[in-house]
Design a protein around this ligand. Sequence first.
Ligand code: 15L
Length: 267
Amino acid sequence: TDTRPTLFTGAAGILGRWLRPRLAEKYGRLRSSDVVEFGPALPGEEIVITDLADAAAVDRMVEGVGRIIHFGGISYESTFDRILQSNIAGTYNVFEAARRHDAGPIVYSSSNHAIGFYTRDDRLDASVPQRPDSLYGVSKAFGEDLASFFADKYGMDIACLRIGTARPDPTDVRQLSTWQSYEDLLRMIEACFDAPKLGCTILYGVSNNDRRWWSNELAPHVDYRPQDNAETFAAKLIPDGDKRDLNDPAVKYQGGVFVADGYAPKR
Ligand code: 15L
């Protein structure tokens, strides 16, 4: 097993704040990073404030680490310039520094918005072509392509998690399909690092929801066993059933509001 520290980018983010103490406990030495200040450091933790767009700073941050959990970046739609810096250049800088320093395996937070233009009637596995629903989704599709390239060209191991909606509880009808509990997300990260070989593996970050749209059957080498199911919240969330307008783009497409935001196809 790898005794080098584990690097965690995006440690001050919404998912990062929950994952950080658990990753520190699981993997011991943790090098946590974000672009904003946070702290204090946990036992065994080293905090490095880094802008992922700064290639030299990312190179220093990655030097000496083993496993990488790359969750840093913008997690919502933004301007192309901001997405370009933090998600596109940022992910390139992390993967390229990992190649140079022989770090890895890498678990990368992709997103369901890389495939958000599939409809709620579509059922997806890891082989479907990407269908990004936003510039944010395009940046996640780029990160997946970059993972494929670094795996094929340099033999690196990178798991891309197309996370659905990771939050404490599901809060709307869509999330009955897309929800991933925090505990299941952590199980997925651990299962990736326990896999014998990742290459470039695409996984859907989703709990064992009755209404899930996505299958991980093409990644049997990752022993992910989700324990939670959004359906346990269904009766409380929609006591009178699903009353939504099924033609509303935010309802019709898997990406939800990321699709509907600015949606204006010319006919
Ligand atoms: C994401 O990628 C976002 O980061 C998150 O805030 C949620 O909106 C999630 O997708 C989702 O699709 O529910």
